[in-house]
Design a protein around this ligand. Sequence first.
Ligand code: ZN
Ligand code: ZN
Length: 156
Amino acid sequence: MLRIDVRELRKGPVATQAVLSPSDPLFEGLAISLAEPLAVDGTLEATGRGDFFWHGRLQGLLDTACRRCLKDMSTPIEVPIEALFTADPDLQDDPSVYPLLEPVSHVDVSEAVREELALAASQFPLCKDSCAGLCQRCGADLNNGPCGCPASKAKP
Ligand SMILES: [Zn+2]
Ligand SMILES: [Zn+2]
């Protein structure tokens, strides 16, 4: 469950656990591709000031491509999350703060899942630190050796 009734939260912390399918509507519009379901784990609790603190973790596997040679690869992701849900407009400048609408009846942490996943996926990986990339002229994968093009000066 990623949508928690605040009446439950008044009694104490509530575990938030879910396994989201790669085709879950939550991921619609994100430029990511999950290779397996995303596991969400965490605890949501009332802070006593009318806010709710969520700490949790996302775990999954992304279908990505090396940012230099564009080779397809799978990238395991493990994203720790700390997010504050509040109706207080003074706190809402912080990117890890998510607004709640008054009157607060539920806290839905799925928006934080979506944003944190998008952020993690935007850090494009390399297939290896020494990846030589593609020739800018002929497009050959330089990890397989020189392509035969005349050496070009690297552009900044
Ligand atoms: Zn590469
Ligand atoms: Zn070339």
